[in-house]
Write a protein that binds this ligand. Sequence first.
Ligand code: 0O2
Length: 250
Amino acid sequence: MSQNTDRSFLSRSLQEFLGSDTVELSMERMQELNKLMSYYRCAMMSVVTKFNVLNEQFSLQYDRNPITGIKSRLKTLPSIMDKLERRGFPLSLESIEDNLNDVAGVRVICSFEEDVHMLSEALMQQDDIQLLERKDYIRNPKPNGYRSLHLIVSVPIFLAHEKKFMRVEIQLRTLAMDFWATLEHQLRYKKDFDLADSVQRELYTCASLSAELDQRMDGLRQLVQEQNSRENGKPASEAIRWTDQSHNLR
Ligand code: 0O2
């Protein structure tokens, strides 16, 4: 995850990437790159809209927002080239599309852990989305304690004369998971040394505390839901019922 962004590296890989010594050809390649990045931006916007729609539907029906925030980002060119180089892939437009899954990234911050699973299921039931990869770091946290659900999906974008499928990386996590990951990233980012063992142990302890917090908050959510259903005569498993209804989204 380290970034090799020094100037000589950048100019060397830019030269290799543009692949030509004539200005015209280089300009052409840059235009192609801009076009590709705009396709990724469209795919990213489409995924963000899908989550906004799910949030809207849920909040209208149940008076509660499963999503507290959505962030999206496009990888920068230096970061793209750095990743291709580190992984030993060619520096070319084709290689970006073939080898990178996270040029377009969407991060969905959820209220409760239950919402993470409910939202990912609801998204995957949409018939224009194809799941390419799923990494469940909530069920199987990383050794450092990192938790999140990662999905790589292929999503169609509709251009003037064609339909194109683009890959988007989606990270779903709770507020507590995001709090931990954001601070851990800040502590680790651009450090050219490994964190001391004691710091890593403390970070792991904090990750366990955040996992416990998620479980306890989810327990509270269930209790409130049960109380609500007793008082209003509604079935207790609102969230599950809602997921079932989302089959109609097809
Ligand atoms: P950035 O700047 O957030 O994009 P892949 O990307 O799939 O080829 P990898 O590393 O196997 O390679 O993917 P994985 O495990 O799905 O992780 C990808 C992203 O998850 C990272 O992107 C981070 O955003 C996040 N992530 C993974 N592990 C950690 C962690 O231990 N701590 C934190 N804070 N975030 C993590 P990038 O490219 O590293 O960075």
